[in-house]
Design a protein around this ligand. Structure first.
Ligand SMILES: O=P(O)(O)OC[C@@H](O)[C@@H](O)c1c[nH]c2ccccc12
Length: 271
């Protein structure tokens, strides 16, 4: 363990230790990826909020585990208007599997992100996906090589950052899709201000995701107002009717807000 790992929450250290032991694939994968930036642009053009809905059976910060068929959940999310899906493949702490991802990607047409703690190149070969997550804090100075290795296989790398220094590393590594995680991996606490403080420093041509902690339509609007091109939402979608939940977030547009404000104003003027 190095000094920066000392500051990680024990659960996160355990996730990372397990990730380092996990074997990679036997053969190098070659993916023909569904474009995430194009999917985001199409959703915008349709006047909807780009939502990446996450199939996350459980997590260290979630009570209980959702045991429904992940493929059915994924199809419901797409029916609810999800622009893309995120699928946990981490087995020990999130109830995920590469098999879930493989089945889901076969069943839907939208881009699918592999959500895992990839720390070495061979682990990229565990399963095909359209996007693959690389967490800046966990891969450290290997980030540029992993970004390249991911692209060589056809993946669109999504680089996750938590502060401005990590954003700079992501940009130096050539990342074009960047997620700002509102969850602090040291304390496991969520603060939406994280995205608000990092986002203004990202260049416009980057596809920027706000990750974690979006619980309400108000939170979704807040992240959009701060510059999020897309929202990555797990818990708030997994809790209850995943289709209705996805629809609610995908409809969290400014237009909806304006309509609401107008309605409020109307009520006030008629009172
Ligand atoms: O459930 P939430 O708060 O909506 O968060 C989703 C997603 O951002 C979160 O699951 C996540 C962000 N980065 C990760 C890295 C690995 C595993 C999971 C994650």
């Amino acid at each position: 363990m190095n000094a920066s790992e000392d500051s990680l929450a024990p659960e996160v250290r355990s996730i990372l230790n397990a990730a380092r032991e996990r074997p990679g694939g036997d053969e190098r994968v070659s993916v023909s990826a569904r474009s995430f930036p194009d999917a985001v642009a199409e959703t915008e053009a349709a006047g909807r909020v780009p939502v990446v809905a996450e199939v996350k059976p459980t997590s260290p910060t979630t009570d209980g585990e959702r045991t429904d068929d992940p493929v059915e959940l994924a199809e419901e999310m797409v029916a609810g208007g999800a622009t893309a899906l995120s699928v946990l493949t981490e087995p020990d702490h999130f109830g995920g599997s590469t098999e879930n991802l493989r089945r889901i990607r076969e069943a839907v047409d939208v881009p699918v992100l592999r959500k895992d703690f990839v720390v070495k190149e061979s682990q990229l070969d565990a399963v095909e996906a359209d996007l693959v997550l690389l967490i800046a804090r966990f891969v450290g100075e290997d980030l540029p090589d992993l970004v390249t290795a991911a692209r060589e296989r056809g993946f669109q790398p999504l680089v996750e950052v938590h502060d401005r220094a990590e954003l700079e590393s992501a940009l130096e590594a050539g990342a074009e899709i960047i997620g700002v995680n509102n969850r602090d991996l040291g304390k496991l606490e969520v603060d939406l201000e994280t995205f608000e403080s990092v986002a203004p420093h990202a260049p416009d041509d980057v596809t920027l995701l706000a990750e974690s902690g979006v619980k309400t339509v108000g939170d979704a609007r807040r992240m959009r107002a701060a510059g999020a091109d897309a929202l990555l939402i797990g818990t708030a979608i997994m809790d209850g009717d995943v289709r209705a939940n996805t629809e609610r977030f995908a409809g969290a547009t400014d237009a909806a807000e304006d309509a609401k404000t107008d309605a409020d104003t109307d009520t006030e003027t008629t009172e």
